[in-house]
Structure formats: structure tokens, C-alpha cells
Design a protein around this ligand. Structure first.
Ligand SMILES: C[S@@+](CC[C@H](N)C(=O)[O-])C[C@H]1O[C@@H](n2cnc3c(N)ncnc32)[C@H](O)[C@@H]1O
Length: 234
């Protein structure tokens, strides 16, 4: 069995959706002001992936931090509704257990609840380094989980249309925000592709510019003044 991260509590967030609090990091997996709302606004909409999927344009997304799957599920849900191809690769070095995954009850927040049922059914119970999930009947929806540290994972270059950068906060989880990781995430994007994140730290903005992104600040969801969208410049 995969050891469960030490998560003590389920949290009802501001929009009624649920997330978990990690006692290891002292933070919730998604915003306590609205977990599903944050996933939609900060990642799906700000990256342009939601609009692209709805317009029938196939998308490739890289997520750093699968967590309890909120953001991945809302993304796959839009791809299913639109009938558009989606390749989503998510990197996670400390996966939750299948029971922790089920506690968030995301099935009630998406149009295609079998996505969650299939995720739960196919969630590995033994340690594996990666798993390809069949969350939908459509072969065009591909979700790959890679149980690795983002600092060491091998990534393709010029491949993804968007990166969802979604570690816990820099104060308790600095690794996903480090300059070498940002540089590799830039290379993993196609030119013009977007990295989006809920953080708007000044140092992060400087580091993103330093590795070759054009950075924009966006209006944040409830409880967050600003978030970031960084486009790969060239
Ligand atoms: C804010 S949560 C992600 C929430 C998730 N996207 C969701 O929608 O539920 C941060 C996640 O990043 C993962 N993480 C932290 N450091 C990591 C690293 N170095 N490599 C891969 N994953 C990491 C944590 O285990 C946690 O699941």
C-alpha cells in the first residue's frame, strides 16, 4: 500500500466544494475560499485551456502537483463536454490514498461524474512510478500520473500548451518554484504556451522573467488579489 500523507481534516471551502488539509505542509490542497472555483479560474480559464477545448482545439497540459485531483478533473470534464482531445500529464511526489481522494466528492462538481469513479477505480494501491488512466470512454482523453519529484522528472521539450504550476506555497514547499524547475517548465511548453499559477510573489515574477517568460498579473479568485500567467516568450 502507498503510505497516506498525514492529512487530518476535510475542509468545506467557500463555494461549497471540498478539499483536504495537509498537516505535513499546514495548508489546504486548494483554496479554502473555493476549491473548484479556484481550479476553474486560476488554471483552466487563465491558461486558455478551457476556451481552447471548447473551440475544439486539442490540448496538452502539464500539471505540477496532482493533489486531490480537483484541477485535473475540472479540465478533463471540459474536454469530455466539448468532445476535444486532451493529454494531461500530472506530476506528484506524495500521492494521497484512494480513500482521501474519494473524500473530496468531486463527482458532484463536474458534468461527467464517471471521471471521478474511474480515477478512484484505477488509482494505484501499490507504489508505481507512473500510471496511464482511462477516465473516459473516449480514447482522446489521456491522463498520465507520474509519481515523481518535479525537480528530477524528465520532461519533453516544446510539447505542452499549458503548465499548471501548483505546489504548496513557497514558504513550506520551495522546490516546485525553484529557478531550475521554472527553466525546465519553460522548455516543456510550446513557444507561446502559458504557465499559470495561484501565486503572485514578486520573486516568482522575477524568476519567471529571468528564465524567458513574459509575465502578466491577473485578477485572482475570492481571497486572492492576483495570480500569474507567464507566456513562453520564444
Ligand atoms: C496545492 S497541492 C495541488 C492541488 C491539486 N492541483 C488539486 O487540484 O487538487 C500541491 C501538490 O504538490 C505536490 N508536490 C509538492 N512538492 C512536489 C514535488 N517536488 N514534486 C511533485 N509534486 C510535489 C504535493 O504533494 C501536493 O499534492
Amino acid at each position: 500500500m502507498i503510505a497516506e500523507p498525514p492529512i487530518t481534516s476535510i475542509v468545506t471551502t467557500g463555494d461549497g466544494s471540498l478539499t483536504l488539509r495537509s498537516t505535513r505542509y499546514g495548508e489546504t490542497y486548494r483554496s479554502d475560499r473555493g476549491a473548484v472555483g479556484e481550479a476553474r479560474q486560476v488554471f483552466l480559464e487563465a491558461s486558455g485551456i478551457g476556451a481552447r477545448l471548447q473551440a475544439g482545439l486539442a490540448c496538452r497540459v502539464l500539471e505540477i502537483g496532482f493533489g486531490v485531483g480537483t484541477t485535473a478533473l475540472v479540465t478533463a470534464d471540459v474536454a469530455c463536454s466539448a468532445g476535444t482531445a486532451l493529454e494531461l500529464v500530472s506530476i506528484e511526489n506524495d500521492p494521497v490514498s484512494v480513500s482521501q481522494l474519494g473524500e473530496c466528492q468531486h463527482g458532484g462538481w463536474i458534468e461527467h461524474s464517471p471521471l471521478l469513479e474511474n480515477l478512484i477505480q484505477q488509482w494505484p494501491t501499490e507504489p508505481v512510478s507512473r500510471v496511464m488512466l482511462k477516465l473516459s470512454e473516449s480514447p482522446a482523453i489521456q491522463v498520465e500520473l507520474r509519481f515523481e519529484d518535479v525537480c528530477h522528472v524528465a520532461l519533453p521539450t516544446d510539447h505542452f500548451d499549458a503548465v499548471y504550476l501548483d505546489g504548496f506555497s513557497h514558504a513550506c514547499n520551495p522546490e516546485p518554484w525553484s529557478v531550475p524547475v521554472l527553466a525546465r517548465l519553460r522548455d516543456a511548453l510550446v513557444p507561446g504556451g502559458s504557465l499559470v499559477t495561484y501565486s503572485s510573489r514578486g520573486q516568482l515574477q522575477r524568476d519567471l522573467r529571468g528564465v524567458g517568460f513574459d509575465v502578466e498579473r491577473l485578477i485572482g479568485p475570492a481571497g486572492k488579489r492576483e495570480t500569474l500567467r507567464a507566456r513562453r516568450a520564444g
